[in-house]
Design a protein around this ligand. Structure first.
Ligand SMILES: Cc1cc2nc3c(=O)[nH]c(=O)nc-3n(C[C@H](O)[C@H](O)[C@H](O)COP(=O)(O)OP(=O)(O)OC[C@H]3O[C@@H](n4cnc5c(N)ncnc54)[C@H](O)[C@@H]3O)c2cc1C
Length: 440
């Protein structure tokens, strides 16, 4: 529980610094600032609400962000950073109340260079991709949720478009960051290895204020849609398509049931198993040959940035979100990986009990989301054990604790956040790493 007099004092100070329209204690705004996409997890949904903000601030540039954090720290008020609030598992929820630092109004794209782009933390991944395209380049990696922010993607998300070529972690994507700590100091510029220390840890060791991330030359991608009688068809070719040269930006495939749940599109025919790929023109002919030799048929090949962006929005967690809409409250999912997903899907599906896989061609092995009927958190844990026993790599996403390089973050936060004010509740120093084999 945060001291109310500290909140009042902080509101006064921030109103003076940011202007009245960029600070609020309005109940509706506080509620909106205190939810993310956690309803996707039935495990977490049962625990909601996890916390509600006392105050929300919307600084509009880097210096204003640093001043806001400094003021909150001086008054001992917890600070939970927020990009677009699209994370799926409660990581942006202010567990102990306090200030939500909404960064969505600090969204300038500052510079596009040769191989790099610099933007403020609240800039959307879509805005970055568009700015990069105007200079003949594209993002090295971006999530399937393209309206998420660069700060939120670096601090929270993991995989997405670009994962096949570059892997699911952001090593290599992040070039430099400007961060602010909860130690009373100002902005700090970090590069290379030092910048990696702020990735995937939910702002618990420092808040990303500006980011410089890597670009690569723009490719004139094609959006390829194919379909098969049933799921074994796409599973038999997804690895080979993912290995074509140049490597595709994305290859996704779904069971007949998950395909049916996707938004209506003549290129995803009802009753068939869909395969979709963002693929370079040079690899298209080989991909079509592979699809046809496996009994599939090409439904469409679309051109243009919008067509391939659309395929991104049908990848990773998104098909599961569409599936959940068909039976609200029924499905949970696990992040899974391994060759067994394509080599023995019947065993995988049976092991989780009428499972439904959404699969992606991964960097080294296929990865995906495995959905099944939700029967409570104990069954989720038991399903993880059963899947692990048959050789499926499983990451349990239904929790909000940092589980990437935890000890490294704990060590850093001891100096950067000595009073534990940054996104409290997400960094559990007693937690000794993922309990199950992680696919990351
Ligand atoms: C349907 C659906 C599908 C998704 N698919 C994917 C996917 O394929 N791949 C993927 O990686 N993610 C996916 N996500 C999760 C999420 O969209 C991404 O992680 C996204 O990039 C988060 O961005 P955001 O701006 O919404 O961050 P938020 O949700 O606002 O924040 C994410 C985390 O980062 C912290 N944070 C936010 N901004 C900063 C900052 N500037 N500095 C420090 N910490 C900060 C927050 O406190 C929170 O802990 C999906 C989400 C949905 C709803």
């Amino acid at each position: 529980m945060v001291d109310l007099s500290a909140i009042t004092a902080l509101q006064e100070r921030l109103t003076e610094r940011l202007g009245a329209r960029n600070v609020s204690s309005d109940a509706r705004l506080l509620e909106r600032a205190s939810v993310d996409g956690a309803r996707m997890s039935p495990v977490i949904s049962e625990l909601l609400p996890l916390g509600v903000a006392d105050l929300v601030a919307f600084p509009t540039d880097a210096e204003a962000i640093a001043d806001t954090v400094r003021a909150a720290v001086e008054l001992g008020v917890p600070v939970t950073p927020r990009g677009k609030g699209t994370g799926n598992y409660g990581q942006a929820i202010p567990s102990t109340g306090g200030l939500v630092l909404d960064l969505s109004r600090a969204r300038a794209v500052l510079d596009v260079g040769d191989g790099v782009i610099t933007a403020e933390a609240g800039a959307t991944m879509l805005a970055l991709e568009q700015a990069a395209a105007a200079s003949g380049q594209q993002l090295w990696m971006y999530p399937s949720t393209m309206n998420s922010s660069i700060g939120g993607f670096l601090a929270g998300g993991s995989g997405g478009t670009g994962t096949i070529e570059h892997g699911a972690n952001h090593m290599g994507f992040v070039v430099a960051l400007d961060v602010v700590h909860a130690d009373g100091g100002g902005l700090r510029h970090v590069e290379g290895e030092e910048a990696q220390l702020y990735v995937h840890n939910y702002g618990t060791a420092g808040i990303i204020v500006r980011a410089t991330v890597r670009l690569e030359p723009l490719v004139d991608w094609r959006a390829l849609y194919a379909s098969f009688d049933d799921f074994p068809g796409p599973l038999s070719v997804i690895r080979e398509i993912g290995l074509l040269t140049p490597r595709p930006r994305l290859v996704s495939a779904d069971t007949v049931e998950v395909s049916r749940a996707l938004p209506d599109d003549p290129a995803i025919p009802d009753g068939r198993s869909s395969l979709r790929s963002i693929i370079a023109p040079e690899a298209l002919e080989q991909a079509v040959a592979l699809i046809e030799s496996a009994g599939g048929r090409v439904e469409d090949v679309r051109t243009g940035a919008q067509a391939s962006a659309r395929l991104s929005t049908l990848s990773y967690n998104h098909p599961i979100e569409w599936l959940q809409k068909t039976r609200p409250g029924y499905y949970y999912h696990l992040e899974v990986g391994g060759d067994i997903l394509v080599e023995d899907i019947d065993l995988v599906h049976a092991t989780i009990g009428d499972g439904l896989l959404h699969v992606e061609a991964g960097h080294t092995v296929p990865i995906g989301m495995l959905a099944a009927e939700y029967r409570g958190p104990d069954e989720v844990r038991a399903a993880i054990d059963r899947l692990t026993a048959i050789g499926v790599g499983v990451h349990n996403p239904h929790q909000w604790n940092v589980d990437f390089e935890l000890q490294r973050t704990v060590a850093l936060a001891r100096t950067t956040d000595p009073r534990g004010l940054l996104n409290p509740g997400k960094l559990n120093p007693d937690y000794d790493g993922p309990t199950k084999g992680s696919i990351r």
